[in-house]
Design a protein around this ligand. Structure first.
Ligand code: G6P
Length: 594
């Protein structure tokens, strides 16, 4: 999703620094980009459809500038084009924006009646014109920003330059992420903390409906009513973010390979000194709702299985985009768990805001520290998987499952004295070796990738926890390869979709659950009888070119081992199809609009 970068740098390096920041924001997913900078007392704007490398070709990065703002745009209102790219300038105001101005059509009519004309089809240009309109009333930027916040509906993180004020940038925030970082000679404004982590140690966070005036020597914070706000300067604690691919061709492969460490570090941290026992006691609650989007939702499905089947705690899992408009039945005995890698996903965040009006307790399972969701929940557990740059999540997703497994174990240790906790702990302690084993089978994954490419139809099938994992495998394949695939609960196939199965179909199936092993086998026989070929991920029997055998482990570990081959198969399929692996078309890492 859109990324924002702004800089005040007294050494004339603002253009270079903004471009570097935009490169670090590329992982969020975008289709056009631009920059505006102050030089010779004038604001110059350069923008383009396409990548930051295309933008670099249009700019002389040696130009000295102390103030610059930049943007990567993920199209919402209007196609990806140079005209629709940010920054936008109307009158005396130039700005970049992340979010959606919901009442932009109504505002556009008013502004047209006042004589404004528009070049783009974006809601952002309307926001820009609205601020200019209020600014022209008495050339008071403070009043203009306050009037804008009063009039506009929707979400926004805005970074703004005013033609008449040559030493300041202004930032405005509601429901979209924005952070201000500081070091000795530079102030940074960005959409997320990782983007500025290599540049500074201290930062400020704006709350919703706040704005700030920033010069090289001073930052003043205001409420939407114009009252000055006192803000605490904070220091980054987690230096675990990197932007290097190391020896790998893609961030996605690097992140898949890192799972042996991310998982073992996370798990060992909690096992050491029995820290997992300090985790929130899920069995205290009469109702548990898990709310998330995308892969985080799939992790939630695994969590439901673990909570219910292992710890006997009934659990519901919801897509955030559905939960946010659904009636809830929450009270003081309810726990709502929000799972999110970025901690910024708009729908998940909106659900959190909604349940804050109830008596339910909120728990976040989040990767990015100090992200909006991690700050707003009652309690947070960090997944500690470090920076995840590839749009398609891998290591953050398996760490989410690991946290859900630790929560389950914590409850069992406290309430089910007959459970063999030591056996699970021993398995967990060995996760590094198990993960390494499944990572090592690359030649087989490559040959399966070729079979996928040769097939006309791809189906993912599984029951129960295998179904949850196959849904993630199906999503990974769609994200990275742009191939069409379907995922069904194996028992549901005969209620319709089996009509699609024929000799051109490749079925990728998971079968690791002892209780359902034979049931799934029967479903697979049904598709074989109709000519389909099968790729099986199982924990029984002998491996061959079509059968991946993962170590036989409890359901605390097994789903993690089952998904890793699917991550690698999607990866190699995408590589063979020459897809843009780390930045697949149309996708964004952090979905900050509804
Ligand atoms: C986007 C990403 C997915 C991710 C989902 C939820 O769609 O492309 O990979 O699973 O958002 O993101 P979150 O940051 O909340 O986990």
């Amino acid at each position: 999703m859109c990324g924002i970068m702004g800089i005040i740098n007294k050494k004339g390096m603002a253009i270079k620094k903004v471009i570097e920041g935009l490169e670090r924001l590329e992982y969020r997913g975008y289709d056009s980009c631009g920059i505006a900078y102050l030089t010779n007392n004038k604001i110059e704007t350069v923008k383009t459809k396409g990548r930051v490398k295309d933008l670099k070709e249009l700019i002389d990065t040696d130009i000295k500038s102390d103030i610059a703002i930049g943007h990567t745009r993920w199209a919402t209102h209007g196609v990806a084009s140079t005209i629709n790219a940010h920054p936008h300038t109307v009158g005396d105001i130039t700005l970049v924006h992340n979010g959606i101005i919901e009442n932009y059509l109504e505002l556009k009519e008013i502004l047209i009646s006042k004589g404004y004309q528009f070049k783009s089809t974006t809601d952002t240009e309307i926001a820009c014109a609205l601020i200019d309109f209020y600014y022209q009333e008495n050339k008071d930027i403070k009043k203009a920003i306050i009037s804008f916040m009063d009039k506009v509906k929707g979400s926004y993180a805005i970074v703004l330059l005013c033609k008449d004020i040559k030493d300041k940038i202004f930032v405005i925030k509601k429901d979209s992420p924005l952070v201000i970082g500081v070091n000795t000679d530079t102030v940074f404004v960005a959409s997320d903390i990782p983007t500025i982590l290599s540049e500074c140690n201290d930062y400020y966070l704006l709350n919703d409906l706040e704005w700030a005036s920033i010069s090289s020597s001073e930052i003043t914070f205001y409420s939407n009513k114009g009252e000055e706000q006192v803000k605490e300067r904070q220091t980054f604690k987690d230096g675990n973010f990197t932007y290097s691919k190391d020896k790998y061709d893609h961030f996605m492969l690097k992140e898949i390979m890192e799972q042996q460490d991310t998982l073992s570090n996370l798990i060992n941290y909690y096992i050491e000194d029995n820290k997992y026992l300090d985790l929130i006691d899920i069995s205290k609650y009469k109702r548990i709702d898990i709310v998330a989007c995308g892969s985080a939702y799939h992790a939630g499905l695994v969590g439901k299985y673990l909570f219910e089947e292992e710890a006997n705690i009934e659990t519901q899992v919801y897509l955030a985009s559905e939960y946010r408009y659904k009636k809830n039945f929450l009270d003081e005995n309810s726990l709502v768990i929000f799972i999110s890698q970025s901690g910024e996903t708009a729908d998940t965040l909106a659900c959190l805001k909604k349940i804050k009006e109830t008596k339910a307790k909120s728990l976040g399972i989040i990767n990015v520290e100090n992200s909006s969701i991690s700050i707003a929940v009652d309690e947070v557990i960090y997944t500690k998987s470090g920076s995840e740059i590839a749009v398609a999540t891998t290591k953050a997703y398996t760490s989410q499952i690991a946290v859900l497994a630790l929560l389950t174990l914590s409850s069992l240790a406290k309430h089910n004295k007959s459970y063999d906790i030591d056996k699970i702990i021993n398995e967990l302690k060995n996760i590094k070796d198990d993960v390494k084993k499944v990572l090592d089978d690359k030649d087989k994954y490559k040959s399966i990738a070729k079979k996928i490419i040769a097939s006309k139809k791809i189906f993912f099938l599984g029951r129960s926890i295998d179904y949850a994992i196959m849904r993630e495998g199906d999503l990974k394949l769609k994200e990275i390869t742009y191939l069409s695939s379907e995922c069904y609960a194996a028992g549901e196939l005969k209620h319709g979709p089996i009509s699609l199965i024929d000799k051109d179909t490749l079925v990728i199936a998971g079968n690791t659950n002892k209780i359902l092993y034979e049931k799934t086998e029967s479903n697979l026989s049904e598709v074989v009888a109709r000519g389909a070929n099968i790729i099986l991920v199982t924990n029984k029997g002998k491996a061959n070119s079509n059968t991946i055998v993962i170590p036989e482990r409890s359901s605390f570990i097994s789903p993690i081992l089952e998904v890793i081959p699917l991550q690698l198969i999607s990866y190699y399929t995408g590589v063979f199809l020459e897809r843009d692996i780390d930045k697949p078309r149309n996708l964004a890492k952090s979905v900050t609009v509804e």
